[in-house]
Design a protein around this ligand. Sequence first.
Ligand code: PBG
Ligand code: ZN
Length: 323
Amino acid sequence: MSFPAMRPRRLRSTGPIRELVAETRLSPGQLVYPLFVCPGEGVKKEISAMPGNYHWSVDTLVEEVRAVKALGIGGVMLFGVPGKKDDLGSGAWDDGGIVQRALGALKREVPGIVLIGDVCLCEYTTHGHCGVVSGGEIANDETLELLARTALSQVRAGADMVAPSDMMDGRVGAIRSALDAHGFQSAPIMSYAVKYASGYYGPFREAAGSAPAFGDRRSHQMDPANAREALREIDLDIEEGADIIMVKPAGPCLDILRMARDRCPLPLAAYQVSGEYSALVAAGRMGWLDLPRTMMESLIGIRRAGADIILTYFAKEAAEVLA
Ligand code: PBG
Ligand code: ZN
């Protein structure tokens, strides 16, 4: 059948009809809000490259997460902005570290929202790299034990889930064994399985103070030119025990999300990263784009491409639109 019998416009003619036939839905429970926690008290300091995002101290963070939970948002992901750093990044696995203290407080004060710890060393190392630096290179195998310690320490402190973002080979397996060996068989791992070396992380590096002091992250993060390699990364992480697979960044990788959705049975997460957020916010402020509208369009596009879960700095605004 074809025109004039078929007229696709019929199902677009009113809002209620469009709502009835919408193929993709977005709800606040599918969103995860990334947050930055720092030492001190009463701190709420705006991150200049990410307007509307802040460094929070533990006390103000607790209040913020209460509000996030009240909006129906599914989870929060914590990044640490520590008071001091060292060569190995020992603040990452310090049981009294900033993320660990935040996790403990949130577990007590705001039960019922999923608490996710980002597992990496770059926020805690003086050189800003994601692993142990040895002879100017990032040493893969030496880093694994430190990541495993970090994950274990976060779960002990109250994390419901850990999310390794470092891109070392073998880290999911190393973290799984460490958690299992200490009685945390039930703590899931959301693996940043497919993480590209992306310019869109720029604002985050200001937010987390984690820009590498020399070199870049291309020796461990993926080349944006590659798609088949993403499938290998996903297969390896599933074999090592990943429970959720993440693709990052989201908007520039919609093809990868679709491919992953078609090939991988696990829940799929997409991280709409700092640069994706800041670019839209900036264009909105210039009056060049309608921010609420493009924000929602970017999120529904990520869902339509195949993501079940979206990590996004728009989580609160989007949840308000959806309320
Ligand atoms: C740290 C980490 C990064 C992001 C999440 N975890 C930065 C990086 O790899 O350089 C990026 C998040 C964002 O840009 O919003 N390993
Ligand atoms: Zn890192």
